[in-house]
Ligand binder design. Structure first.
Ligand code: PRX
Length: 655
């Protein structure tokens, strides 16, 4: 096992966890998933996925379920369909147009209920607007937007005309927009004047303006009005959303898309500084998200479902937009932070809309724990019946707190493991069937074949740990990395033959339940956001004072990991708190605020092997204040003593 010692510590602690929660007989009796489902899916996994694909609306039936030319998959080959038709039109056609698709709650307190009919109309008008600007099938469209209804509208409008969208999380910097837009050669970008965050304005359009100086492929910038303050508009390139849709027809003929047509790109961090444009296509992706959304959350007709993630990440794509809408669900979208105007905002929203399903992240749960249970107790949460967790390992204490205080001890907690690359949930309990264990994502979803393997790729017997892998293709799997098939093969399919490498460490208990331990590669997970060490390092080295930098993740009680940067400066500079702040601001400007290192330790030298490689494992040990393991390969051991001392001082600031 190659995970760092910190992860091993975590896993040992997890394995001592002995609490178990059996499903209640009432829940089990009415659950969407019934016990035969695993065996049935295992007996013919293609037939299982086919049964879900057949619930979609097709304009041309497919010929074959799967063509597998490892590592390239094609699902539901030969079929045609449109994602926006599946999300909207068919519900309206079935007489369910008056059903609420989204309860929208803005941070300042503005509220709207948007029905399927209204959403379809808005999507059609915006799709027509895009078409009239010359955006065609196959063109890529960037979305840099706050959590406003125009964001799902823009996504579905793109899908309607066959133009893949590439959403860029609204916390990213101008430089990050430039990289993503240029990689995908987007022809248009959709943004908003500004966004709301904790009562303050986020300057989205201004950030886009800075980016657009370096993105020659962009012809149009469409700006939704959210905050209403004046922003610069460049004639010929920029136009207001309202003007773009004015006079557009409320019907828009959908493009019949091939099953394998690109639906969207979503960039994610890997082990190099260049983000990977993860490709998701149409039919398989919709099949995966609808099946998992239905079964993992036990979705019922009268549910009010709330995924509190940001649509700018994959969780929002799959479980705010495509999964719930294709399933005809009623969802909540909330724009802002959980502590505005006070720390009970989430619970107030649950109470107001009588939310029945809540899906959030461990980092949020740990924050609520820190704030104290009184904020939760102020509200009536008795409507809740299923709770979900995603984004990072959930520690048993946080799981129990969520289960008891939010779920009142009656709601199953589904800890869902998956990735941008997997498109949909891969390992999670099925409420009503699965015995829950705090801290475990439990079992692979029906039809999914996961495993834990050792360094040689051999399956590790139950009770042991190793690398998490997936052993057969699944419909919502990434189809590749945009423009870089070699990197796709190399990253995911080269370490072990015939296995998809997830990059996570994992162990299984004697009953075959999965316990995830975090990343094994140089990717940090801060508040559920994947951030590559290489990106943070190159942002640091970009500062004139910095000679060399190394970033590592340090275990953090609230955010899972916090970024810890070790920096050596040019000349004889030894650093100062002011310079540390300047470097943080520099990283924020290069990549986005959420990537700012929490700790910065200045050092004359970074610990390196004799061949000059930075010893990250050692740095992680130093950051986390552990006894150091083997340092015999270190070129200069005096570096370490000095670093340990400085890292200790830096960490002491926490207390
Ligand atoms: O390390 C795993 C962690 O998040 C990574 C995927 O991040 P991303 O592509 O940004 O997608 C996040 C939302 C799906 C995984 O490789 N991760 C995600 N969910 C869990 C998790 N780790 C443990 N338990 C989970 N439930």
């Amino acid at each position: 096992m190659t995970t760092n010692a910190g992860s091993r510590d975590t896993i040992e602690a997890l394995l001592r966890e002995g609490r178990r929660f059996e499903p209640s007989p009432q829940f089990a009796a009415g659950a969407n998933a019934q016990p035969g489902i695993y065996a049935e899916a295992e007996s013919d996994y293609l037939a299982f996925w086919k049964s879900w694909a057949d619930k979609l609306e097709w304009s041309q039936p497919y010929e074959r379920v799967l063509d597998w030319n490892e590592p390239f998959a094609q699902w539901f080959v030969g079929g045609k369909l449109n994602a926006s038709v599946n999300a909207l039109d068919r519900h309206v056609a079935a007489g369910r147009g008056g059903r609420v698709a989204y309860y929208y709650e803005g941070e300042p307190g503005d509220r709207r209920a948007i029905t399927y009919e209204e959403l379809l109309r808005d999507v059609c008008r915006f799709a027509n607007a895009l078409r009239s600007l010359g955006v065609k099938r196959g063109d890529r469209v960037a979305l840099y937007m706050p959590m406003i209804p125009e964001l799902p509208v823009a996504m579905l409008a793109c899908a309607r005309i066959g133009a893949p969208h590439s959403a860029i999380f609204g916390g990213f910097s101008a430089d990050s927009i430039v990289d993503r837009v240029n990689d995908a050669q987007c022809v248009a970008i959709v943004t908003a004047d500004q966004g709301w965050r904790r009562g303050k304005h986020v300057p989205l359009k201004a950030t886009v303006d800075a980016a657009l100086a370096h993105t020659p492929s962009i012809r149009h910038c469409i700006v939704a009005r959210r905050v209403g303050e004046p922003v610069a508009m460049r004639a010929g390139r920029d136009l207001w959303w309202d003007d773009a849709v004015a006079g557009q027809a409320t019907m828009c003929e959908p493009e019949p898309m091939d099953s394998e047509a690109l639906l969207y790109l979503l960039y994610t961090s890997g082990t190099t500084a260049k983000p990977k444009g993860i490709m998701h296509t149409t039919a398989g992706y919709l099949t995966g998200v609808t099946a998992t959304h239905d079964l993992v959350f036990d979705l019922k007709d009268d549910d009010v479902y709330w995924c509190a993630a940001d649509i700018g990440w994959v969780t929002g794509h799959s479980y705010i937009v495509y999964g719930p809408l294709c399933n005809g669900a009623t969802s909540i979208i909330y724009e802002g932070t959980p502590d505005f105007p006070d720390r009970d905002r989430l619970w107030e929203i649950v109470e107001r809309y009588k939310a029945t399903i809540l899906y959030t992240a461990p980092t949020a749960i740990r924050t609520f724990m820190k704030w104290g249970v009184d904020y939760v107790r102020k509200h009536d949460l008795s409507s809740l019946r299923v709770l979900g967790s995603v984004g990072e390992p959930i520690n048993p204490e946080a799981w129990m707190w969520y289960y008891e205080n939010v779920g009142g001890g009656r709601c199953p907690v589904v800890d869902t493991w998956w990735q941008t690359e997997t498109g949909a949930i891969m390992i999670a309990p099925l409420p009503g069937i699965t015995t829950l264990k705090p801290g475990s994502a439990t079992k692979p979803f029906p039809g999914v074949q996961a495993d834990v393997v050792d360094e040689q790729g051999n399956s590790v017997p139950l009770g042991g740990g190793g690398y998490a892998v997936l052993r057969r293709p699944w419909p919502s799997m990434l189809r590749g990395i945009y423009g870089d098939p070699e990197r796709y093969k190399e990253t995911y399919w080269s370490k072990f033959p015939h296995m998809y490498l997830a990059g996570d460490g994992c162990s299984r208990d004697e009953e075959g339940d999965y316990w995830f331990m975090g990343r094994i590669d140089d990717v940090m997970n801060v508040s559920g956001h994947r951030i590559s060490t290489a990106e943070v390092e190159s942002a640091l080295v970009d500062h004139a004072a910095v000679a060399e930098a190394a970033a590592v993740g340090k275990l953090d009680a609230v955010t899972g990991q916090a970024i810890c940067a070790f920096v050596s400066l040019r000349g004889m500079d030894t650093g100062s708190p002011a310079l540390a702040d300047e470097l943080r601001a520099h990283v924020a400007a290069k990549l986005g605020k959420f990537t700012m290192p929490k700790y910065i330790t200045f050092t004359q030298e970074l610990p390196k092997t004799r061949s000059g490689k930075i010893m990250r494992r050692l740095l992680r040990d130093i950051a986390e204040g552990r006894m150091l393991g083997d340092t015999t390969t270190l070129a200069d051991s005096s570096v370490v003593t000095e670093l340990q001392e400085r890292a200790k001082q830096e960490a002491a600031k926490d207390a």
